[in-house]
Ligand binder design. Structure first.
Ligand code: GDP
Ligand code: IMO
Ligand code: MG
Length: 457
């Protein structure tokens, strides 16, 4: 075991009584709320950490001491020495990417072996998915009357589309019977080349035919390395439950990016709200009792899509810089704005949040005024407890704000909730009041020890 794996963790979380219940950590905004930090810290209290959705579009940061880890496909429980980490059937897996992550972790002293299991039912992201992802967005950017989504380019949408199509899909379990896969890859690549060439033409992009033999050769090498990790993870989770083990599900992306319930079409391609847990993991419906909703006390969003409380001014830039709001996956500058409680309330209901953990408070230090979006004005009506289903309508919504006095001093080293400046507490407590559900934790920075447990009031 390395020093990074044995770093002490705050035990104040024990007071939350999460133990004894299967739980989930779910992003309640547009992603990048700080899920990685919370999963890493809570992981010590669980036996299994399981991803159930998304793919390498996710970028979850875990900071331990002076080391920063960016996890995309591997669950954020991997730094907890005793946790079993499961990549569930609902995840789409780029073999090259997961191997890169494994190698990076091993290089930094994190043991990867029996502690990582990958579902044989999870779908495989292949090189043509990534080409298709980028070309589609380029084609939409070019076509009149259509808009790009601003995807991460990680092949997520095209891989889930193939999963739904079935005939052009590959699952991780097929890597265990690799010789049977050769002709299938050739057939799929031939179809993809035809489609992608035509797509490239529509957006005047050069296109180089993909080489099926090279794709298969890579897959064969990857299969040898990944085989020990591939198994029926649904059975594994059922057995863990039978043995009395406790499971923590790690949502990737976020509720407002959920394919069914987010700001469609500016969403990702999976059910990233808590609604996706059971389909994406094989856990029996109703298993998860605690839903820990992660809310950043301002908003960030990457890519296109409606964002009523967006700040296109100096304050937005200050938040971006102080919050280091640049994509963990793509490095893109994130759009920033005030906390939008209309969407947070909507998303919390959908995900069934039982407890909140809030991040981002430290980023607001130094702002003279902090604003909180508590409603929208749309077509002469005030909206505060629903969300327009149409993205264009949401984009037109004008935010209604409550204003709070800011706090000047940095708060990163506060040890107790009571040590926070009164203005910071007033803001957090008003957010809690409007949410009507306990905020149990507030992060004052990204480190493991920068999590304060809030009084239960
Ligand atoms: P995840 O995808 O939800 O795991 O979050 P990321 O690690 O991708 O991004 C979190 C973003 O929030 C980063 O840009 C952080 O700098 C910013 N941030 C601001 N305050 C906090 C905080 O208190 N905790 C964490 N974890 N992130 C914070
Ligand atoms: P984590 O888990 C922030 C966004 C993309 C894009 C849209 C669709 O780190 O919070 P996709 O590549 O999924 O087809 O892109 O969804 N998106 C995220 N934004 N954090 C994420 O994950 C995201 N995953 C997808 O920026 O707008
Ligand atoms: Mg992220």
């Amino acid at each position: 075991m390395t020093s990074s794996q044995t770093s002490t963790k705050p035990d104040a979380l024990a007071s939350l009584n999460l133990q004894g219940q299967h739980s989930a950590v779910i992003g309640i905004q547009y992603g990048d709320e700080g899920k990685g930090q919370i999963v890493d810290v809570l992981g010590a209290h669980f036996d299994v950490v399981a991803r159930y959705n998304g793919g390498a579009n996710a970028g979850h940061t875990v900071i331990i001491g002076d080391q920063k880890f960016a996890l995309h496909l591997i669950p954020s429980g991997i730094m907890c020495p005793d946790a079993l980490n499961v990549v569930g059937n609902g995840v789409v897996i780029d073999p090259a990417q997961i191997l890169k992550e494994i190698d990076g972790l091993v290089e930094r002293g994190i043991a990867i072996g029996e502690n990582l299991k990958i579902s044989n039912r999870a779908h495989v992201v292949l090189p043509y998915h990534k080409v298709q992802d980028v070309l589609y967005d380029q084609a939409m950017a070019k076509a009149k009357g259509s808009e790009p989504i601003g995807t991460t380019g990680r092949g997520i949408g095209p891989c889930y589309a193939d999963k739904a199509l079935r005939t052009t899909a590959v699952r991780m379990g097929e890597l265990l019977r690799i010789d049977e896969l050769e002709t299938k890859i050739q057939r799929i690549v031939s179809i993809k080349n035809t489609i992608l060439e035509a797509l490239a033409k529509t957006c005047d992009q050069p296109f180089e035919q993909l080489d099926a033999n090279a794709i298969f050769a890579d897959l064969k090498d990857q299969a040898i390395r990944l085989a020990p990790h591939i198994t029926d993870t649904s059975v594994l989770l059922h057995d863990a439950m039978d043995d009395g083990k406790k499971i923590l599900c790690e949502g990737a992306n976020a509720t407002m990016l959920d394919i069914d319930h987010g700001t469609y079409p500016f969403v990702t391609s999976s059910n990233c709200s808590s609604l996706g847990i059971y389909a994406g993991s094989g856990l029996p419906g109703g298993t998860i009792k605690n839903i820990i909703g992660i809310v950043k006390l301002y908003t960030s969003r990457v890519g296109e899509g409606p964002f009523p409380s967006e700040l296109l001014n100096e304050t937005g830039e200050t938040i971006r810089q102080q919050g280091n709001e640049f994509g963990t996956t793509t490095g893109r500058p994130r759009r920033t704005g005030w906390l939008d409680l209309v969407s947070v309330r909507y998303a919390s209901k959908l995900s069934g949040v039982t407890t909140f953990a809030c991040t981002g408070l430290a980023v607001l230090a130094g702002l003279k005024t902090i604003k909180l979006c508590v409603g929208y004005r749309l077509d002469g009506k005030v909206i505060d407890n629903t969300l327009p289903a149409n993205a264009g309508d949401l984009a037109r919504a004008e935010p209604i704000y409550e204003e709070f006095e800011g706090f000047a001093d940095p708060i990163g080293e506060c040890q107790r909730y009571e040590d926070l400046p009164p203005q910071a507490r007033a803001y957090v407590e008003r957010v809690q009041e409007l949410l009507g559900t306990r905020i149990a934790m507030v992060c004052v920075g990204r480190r493991r020890d920068q999590i304060l447990v809030c009084p239960n009031k």
